[in-house]
Design a protein around this ligand. Structure first.
Ligand code: NAI
Length: 328
């Protein structure tokens, strides 16, 4: 029987994977710990290792997996920036390229509305019977210019929603989808123009060498005063030191983050009883115009079902045919 070591397992993962595994009947062992070079020895005797966004498959970890006889590394996510692909050796690596672009795009819009209309503040106030409007002033999103970086599946879903708000969309992507641009009606621009003209900027590109820390003090300096920045992609797209500095100078109007540069130790876990803290994360959480969620943009029923079914199907294809369309 195929043996799967499932890392960073949460209750909701177990529930949905056990449901779909009734069909596949794999032997799944759920580990709460994340995969890294220290936990990699746990994989001895397993055929497949299944990981998520904050597990770390660096060169050292991949070497241990291979030595332990693991054949397949199955990512139950789309992004693969946490895997050192150049060091994969004979390991087959598969991923779930899309589970629900709508889930992530809708969450990005949720962060935007929360930041602009200060919904998180209103919630805290009204619970205390404080019904004052002081400090809650927002602006109409209608008529504003929205800059979208990355017009892939999620960027497209985000653009479609923002079109409904009556915004002007400008976008940057290294690959321009002319057909989609024509259908929807927006403009591709260079990055400098996007930074200069956008009232709202939403990041939907992958984390790559050339996108790492693309939002930094130089790029922020080019943006409008009061710009709102939304990041539902990867934390390392933003230089957090620079973000904190520009927020405290009043250059940025608001920030909505579902991801954070150094999220691995904190996100997707309850750290409320721990004394371990991250300086920049604590500063951001204390700021009145920053709203942070814990890498939850993907987290809908539809996405979880698709993640489980596609991950198990990827494993089946690799085990039975030695190949799979979702192989990296
Ligand atoms: P996708 O592969 O469909 O689209 C990515 C787009 O980015 C492509 O159009 C590509 O040409 C473009 N791109 C590549 N290099 C670029 C560059 N240097 N500058 C600008 N654009 C560039 O990916 P999808 O499904 O839209 O996902 C986007 C990202 O969202 C993923 O890479 C992942 O990091 C993140 N994500 C976050 C989730 C969350 O829960 N917060 C869940 C799923 C994905």
């Amino acid at each position: 029987m195929v043996k799967i070591a499932f890392f960073d397992a949460k209750n909701y993962d177990k529930e949905v994977f056990n449901k779909y595994n009734k069909e596949y009947k794999y032997d799944i062992t759920y580990f709460e710990s994340k995969l890294n070079s220290e936990t990699a020895p746990l994989t001895k005797g397993f055929d497949v290792v299944c990981i998520f966004v904050n597990d770390k498959a660096d060169a050292k970890t991949l070497k241990i997996l291979e030595e332990n006889g693991v054949k397949i590394l199955a990512l139950r996510c789309a992004g693969f920036n946490n895997v050192d692909l150049e060091e994969k050796g004979n390991l087959k690596i598969v991923r779930v390229p899309q589970y629900s672009p709508y889930a992530v795009a809708e969450h990005a819009v949720g962060l935007l509305l929360s930041i602009n209309r200060k919904l998180y503040k209103s919630y805290q106030r009204t619970r205390k019977y404080n019904f004052s409007l002081d400090g809650l002033l927002g602006f109409d999103i209608h008529g504003k210019t929205v800059g979208v970086i990355g017009t892939g599946r999620i960027g497209k879903a985000f653009i479609n929603i923002m079109k409904g708000f009556g915004t002007k969309i400008i976008a940057y992507d290294t690959y321009q989808d002319e057909k989609f641009r024509e259908e929807v009606g927006f403009e591709y621009v260079d990055l400098d123009t996007l930074y200069k003209e956008s009232d709202i900027i939403s990041l939907h590109c992958p984390l790559l060498k050339d996108t790492e820390k693309m939002i930094n003090k130089e790029s922020i300096a080019k943006m409008k005063k009061g710009v709102i920045i939304i990041n539902c992609s990867r934390g390392k797209l933003i230089n957090t030191n620079d973000l904190v500095q520009k927020l405290s100078e009043g250059k940025i109007g608001g920030v909505g983050l579902d991801v954070y540069e150094d999220e691995e130790e904190f996100f997707l876990r309850d750290m409320s009883n721990s004394y371990v803290r991250d300086k920049n994360l604590s500063i951001l959480l204390s700021m009145p115009n920053v709203f942070i969620t814990s890498h939850q943009a993907f987290f809908t029923k539809e996405a979880l079902n698709k993640i489980a079914s596609d991950t198990l199907e990827n494993i089946k294809n690799e085990m039975e045919t030695g190949t799979c369309e979702n192989e990296l």
